[in-house]
Write a protein that binds this ligand. Structure first.
Ligand SMILES: Nc1ncnc2c1ncn2[C@@H]1O[C@H](COP(=O)(O)OP(=O)(O)O)[C@@H](O)[C@H]1O
Ligand SMILES: [Mg+2]
Length: 446
């Protein structure tokens, strides 16, 4: 119907339009009659060009054509259509995460008016991408209009986070919209994207988002689509708007050992189960660290797991032993991606926290450690918390993952002068003496 109206407005006969668009007249007749037909992305664009459509009309044409294209499956007519399949390969050694997988299943099953948004959140290397991609493959067949994937590069070194407009262009292209039909401004692009996906059932994976603002323009307007976002940020803006948060913790030891067994072969782990358990613990259940440790073990088949566990033992060497030639498989590099996004003061706070000997710290102690007012320190801790370089296990108490703290300590060693470190340690010591005295614990001393 639409095509007929536009053709008549353009004062073209079916034959003339067919000739201009490089299609045959029968195709035009079938499209005008709304008969099931699967136009290729290129035929839609040549048709739009031949009809002289603007961007909004083009979006309507794409939507109409794609709606028609989902009918043939039921009528048995086959042919090409633009169904993107952009999911990267899932991790072949995926283990555990049963609770999170059922959380994803549960939320995905909800019938919401708007798009369903799932936010997989957690620190560097905890396994967000692995979980999102693994689950997306499991449910892909529920999304007959395809799957879109974009790495939003939220925390990569030397790389700007992806601009939403750039990501939308990639999606529109994948959906068959030619570049010359894509408007320049982010808002216009986002509007075209929403029109294009309207009424379609797509699975959209937005990996490694920097912040909620980067994600918003990439959300479809209505239901039918399902979006999975992963981020080291807490994406508070999205969660308060209804996204379901799924927060990842380190793998429990049995799953961590299973991960090693999947990567190294069950025989090697069965030969030294106790050492495998120690490696799992030394890697703090962090899948990335486990993957790096396993990679090291598998490139040294002569190494026993006991040798590796011994090498990993000793907190000071932990990160060195895990480092790898490949920068993306190096825990230090992964952590540095988050670290480099910090402002100068937050970065200093992070380094100094590496000098703190305990597992967790409160705002007052952190403030004295850094020699800053408590209010400022709270804001800096919140900044670290946002990028998951520190956790807040209880309100006002902050804790760092072992590997993260080892990394912070290493940075303190290399970036803070001995005098700075000494002063920070003295301030912290004074702080604990003062608080202990005020609670009476040191009263017998004097
Ligand atoms: N559940 C899992 N089972 C097996 N390997 C995993 C699992 N989760 C993560 N990994 C592996 O750990 C590494 C880091 O995971 P990734 O998903 O990239 O972390 P993140 O996205 O949180 O930074 C990858 O090599 C990944 O394959
Ligand atoms: Mg990731």
């Amino acid at each position: 119907m639409l095509i007929r109206t536009w053709r008549e407005q353009a004062l073209l006969t079916q034959d003339e339009l067919a000739q201009r668009a490089g299609l045959n007249t029968r195709t035009i007749r079938r499209l005008e009659a709304g008969e099931p037909h699967r136009p290729r992305g290129t035929s839609i664009s040549t048709l739009a060009e031949a009809l002289g459509l603007d961007a909004t009309e083009q979006a309507r044409l794409v939507t109409a054509a794609l709606r028609t294209s989902t009918r043939p499956a039921r009528t048995g007519v086959s042919g090409p259509m633009t169904v993107p399949c952009q999911l990267p390969t899932g991790t072949p050694h995926f283990v555990g995460r049963r609770k999170e997988l059922s959380q994803l299943d549960g939320t995905a099953g909800r019938r919401d008016a708007g798009p369903r948004v799932l936010a997989v959140l957690g620190g560097a290397g905890i396994g967000k991408t692995a979980l999102a991609v693994h689950w997306a493959h499991r449910v892909a067949d529920r999304f007959p209009d395809g799957q879109l994937y974009a790495n939003l590069r939220g925390f990569e070194p030397g790389a700007e986070p992806a601009h939403p407009a750039e990501a939308i262009r990639g999606f529109l292209n994948a959906l068959g919209v030619p570049s010359r039909r894509i408007p320049a401004g982010t808002e216009a692009r986002a509007a075209l994207f929403r029109s294009t996906v309207n009424g379609r059932r797509l699975l959209i994976v937005l990996d490694n988002a920097r912040a909620a603002g980067q994600v918003r323009p990439l959300l479809p307007g209505a239901g039918g689509c399902l979006v999975i976002v992963t981020s080291r940020d807490q994406l508070t803006g999205l969660v308060t708007a209804g996204a379901a948060p799924i927060v990842l913790d380190p793998l429990p030891v049995p799953d961590a050992v299973r991960l090693l067994a999947r990567r190294l072969g069950p025989a090697r782990v069965a030969a030294s189960p106790e050492a495998a358990g120690r490696i799992a613990a030394l890697c703090s259940g962090l899948p990335l660290a486990l993957a790096v440790a396993a990679a090291r073990a598998s490139t040294h088949p002569g190494f026993s797991l006991d040798d590796l566990a011994a090498e990993l033992h000793g907190a000071g060497n932990r990160l060195d032993a895990l480092s790898d030639e490949d920068p993306f498989a190096d825990v230090r590099t992964v952590l540095s991606w988050s670290y480099r996004t910090l402002g100068a003061e937050a970065a200093r706070t992070f380094r100094l926290l590496g000098l703190h000997p305990g597992h967790d710290i409160d705002v007052a102690a952190a403030a004295d450690l850094c020699g800053l007012p408590a209010r400022r320190t709270r804001a800096l801790l919140a900044e670290l918390h946002r990028v998951h370089l520190i956790a807040e296990p209880a309100p006002g108490r902050y804790a760092q993952h072992d590997l993260v703290r080892a990394y912070a300590a290493e940075l303190a060693e290399t970036h803070e002068s001995p005098a700075e470190r000494h002063q920070a340690e003295c301030r912290l010591f004074d702080h604990y003496v003062r608080t202990a005295a005020s609670t009476g614990r040191f009263s017998h001393c004097g």
